[in-house]
Design a binder for this molecule. Sequence first.
Ligand code: 13P
Ligand code: SF4
Length: 351
Amino acid sequence: SDPDLVARATAAKAALGDRVFVLGHHYQRDEVIQFADVTGDSFKLAREAAARPQAEYIVFCGVHFMAESADILTADTQQVVLPDLAAGCSMADMAALPQVENAWDVLSELGLTELTVPVTYMNSSADIKGFVGRNGGVVCTSSNAKRALEWAYQQGEKVLFLPDQHLGRNTAVLEMGFSLDDCVLYDPHKPNGGLTAEQLREAKMILWRGHCSVHGRFTLDSVNDVRQRVPGVNVLVHPECRHEVVQAADLVGSTEYIIRTIEAAPAGSAWAVGTELNLVRRLALAHPDKQIMFLDRAVCYCSTMNRIDLPHLVWALEELVAGRVVNRITVDADTAHHARVALDQMLALPG
Ligand code: 13P
Ligand code: SF4
């Protein structure tokens, strides 16, 4: 990275001292991650944000929904900054509050809302988390989806899982013993989600039709191809990948799990990793004694994660030094209150 920008970021961080806390998601660029006080997956970063009451400013190097969660979980006196406001998430954008309220009305007309517990993946807007909190549900991340679903099925008989169909399906079928027939796919662009009343009544798991544009690109062909090219390769993927990809893989887990698995792997072992490319490249560099490769032949960064680059980080930090808070992310009090109920429910899950 540009040495001048590195020096400016270093100086700005030093000038702010403990007043600033920089969080970096594992999918961030190297040039940004070097300035993170803590790196993590979305679950770890949510906890870290909550555990830093002394920091006046939380600079979130990640995407919008993560910064919103940090704002909800931190004290009112703390200010959360997202260095580029264009760092959104295409998956989170696939579930808008009016669409979800409409789906809830469909279930209500069938008398099903009493039996249904809404569960939302962390990768959703604060509005959606607020909706889930208002309706007795819970937030989950890829590290705790199974525990969150187990909790949800103690509260009710059905789950409406938002917005990632793959995480929902993979967890239900591969970790909880559900069949594919127990799950239905609710398409918010079709009347009644494109489902019949009978399908909605019978389903145990109503999956929202959302997906991650990065992990959704890996296919069964990617897995078969790498197994042919690299005999003995271990395939390790994130649960946002399609069901058939996760089924064909050797191991599946969140980004923290992927990192732990690679760290514990024996020297000389070969790994094809199905997650965002910044993380896979860093893992390969950090473990030259292991053969670590990207699961697909084509490169695949998360374009919105990549929006946070060193120039934006330097700008946000230097503005803070000058006493100006730029790109502050705030969630209104009512939404934040209900979203916090669903987030706290997640943080209280056993394990
Ligand atoms: P985790 O950080 O929970 O592994 O989620 C991956 C992701 O896509 C974040 O945007
Ligand atoms: Fe969203 Fe996927 Fe990017 Fe994560 S990797 S921020 S889920 S688009």
